[in-house]
Design a binder for this molecule. Structure first.
Ligand code: FNR
Length: 387
């Protein structure tokens, strides 16, 4: 019933806006400061238009692809999102299960409220772990050891958060970790009873007090202290930390948050296996360039690394545009969390199926049969003259 009328990823966003308390929806939906980068991410896709090809017998089409040794049924996966379990009951495991069944990767956030071991067990191979690189070598070693023991094969280091983002929008919307109990929060809970009973109370009763489970020192969300906040200070990180992790981590290593071709080159020199071209969904530096605009240059500098992309992918056409501009794979974040919040695992499965079907349908219109055939010649930039 909750899937009725869900015809596109945007429908889940509309439903989540009603379903979730305003502070939580705003935390997921928003960017930082004036939301320039958030909007630029979406607008960048509209700058490119397709040049369809016809009469190409596209009856045998495949959306599958291989990414870092993983066989995927679609060229997209679920990007990492912290504290997902506050928006959707058991959110991380819901996302991981849906991803495994659809055979696409799901990246568990290092700022999640679910033990990494539990998520790894849900989706062997398909669950990846995203770590915020600890600036302390001993902590970094422990984190890598724990992820390896949990069974993760791919580690994603998010490298674009050297400062804590400017959280003024969260403050305005009343979102904080810890969530501050008070009349405002109580009102939000009472006016969103389905979330209150189905997510919040159910979590407390069956899973217990939400905690950051995968940080160097585990802390409970309702009692986050200044000590915990200090963990977010990562301004001492440098490429030497990447070199350290590369030595410690035997699996595939991905850096998330690369926008400069120079950084892509340095990453390749450090033996990194893949990069995610991303401005963190406009949630870090407002005014950071839309990743789609940097994709061709970064892909050209990436050497043999896998090039992944995220930021503003909402349609199958967006997936194909990113692939055509040089990505091997894309990640989608917010829409899948909305789907999990509104309709749980069936919701995420439905959202994945919708996006995959859009990719498949657009492949037909573009005259391509495989993901690898999505090339630059399929696109024209708005300002360029047709040839
Ligand atoms: C994020 N993102 C993120 N990235 C990361 O590396 N670690 C994290 O813990 C989080 N947490 C997080 C929480 C929430 C609520 C959102 C919406 C996003 C960024 C995310 O992985 C991705 O880069 C962006 O959201 C861009 O993709 P979309 O949302 O435009 O598809």
């Amino acid at each position: 019933r909750r899937l009725r009328g869900k015809l596109s990823l945007a429908d889940f966003e509309h439903a989540a806006r009603r379903h979730l308390p305003h502070p939580i929806f705003s935390y997921i939906h928003g960017g930082v400061e004036d939301n320039h980068s958030l909007h630029a991410n979406l607008a960048a896709f509209r700058e490119y238009e397709f040049i369809p090809r016809v009469l190409n017998d596209v009856s045998a089409r495949h959306t599958g692809t291989e990414l870092l040794g993983l066989a995927c049924d679609a060229p997209f996966g679920i990007g990492p999102m912290g504290i997902s379990a506050l928006a959707a009951y058991d959110g991380d495991r819901v996302l991981a299960r849906a991803a495994r069944l659809a055979r696409i990767p799901m990246v568990l956030s290092g700022a999640s409220l679910t033990r990494m071991e539990d998520v790894a067990a849900e989706a062997p191979g398909y669950a990846w772990f995203q770590a915020y690189l600890p600036g302390n070598d001993a902590q970094a070693g422990r984190m890598v050891g724990r992820a390896e023991a949990a069974g993760f094969r791919t580690l994603v280091l998010t490298v674009d958060t050297s400062a804590r983002a400017n959280r003024e929008n969260n403050v305005r919307a009343g979102f904080s970790t810890p969530l501050r109990p008070g009349p405002r929060l109580a009102w939000q809970g009472l006016t969103h009873p389905r979330w209150l009973a189905g997510t919040f109370v159910r979590t407390l009763m069956t899973l217990g007090l939400p905690r950051f489970e995968n940080t160097a020192n585990e802390v409970a969300v309702p009692v986050v202290s200044r000590k915990a906040a200090r963990q977010f200070n990562r301004d001492n990180l440098s490429w030497s930390h990447v070199a350290l992790i590369r030595r410690l981590w035997p699996g595939r290593l991905v850096l998330k948050g690369i926008l400069s071709p120079h950084d892509a080159r340095i990453a390749a020199e450090h033996g990194v296996d893949g990069i995610v071209v991303s401005n963190h969904g406009g949630r870090q530096l407002d005014g950071a360039v839309a990743p789609l605009r940097m994709l061709p240059a970064v892909a050209a500098a990436a050497g043999g690394m896998a090039v992944m992309f995220d930021g503003g992918v909402r349609r199958g056409g967006d997936v194909l545009k990113a692939l055509a501009l040089g990505a091997d794979f894309v990640f989608v974040a917010r829409p899948f969390l909305y789907a999990a919040a509104v309709a749980g695992e069936p919701g995420v499965a439905h959202a994945i199926a919708l996006l995959k079907e859009e990719v498949r349908r657009n492949m037909a219109s573009l005259g391509i049969r495989t993901i690898g055939e999505a090339g630059r010649e399929l696109l024209i930039h708005q300002r360029a003259d047709p040839q």
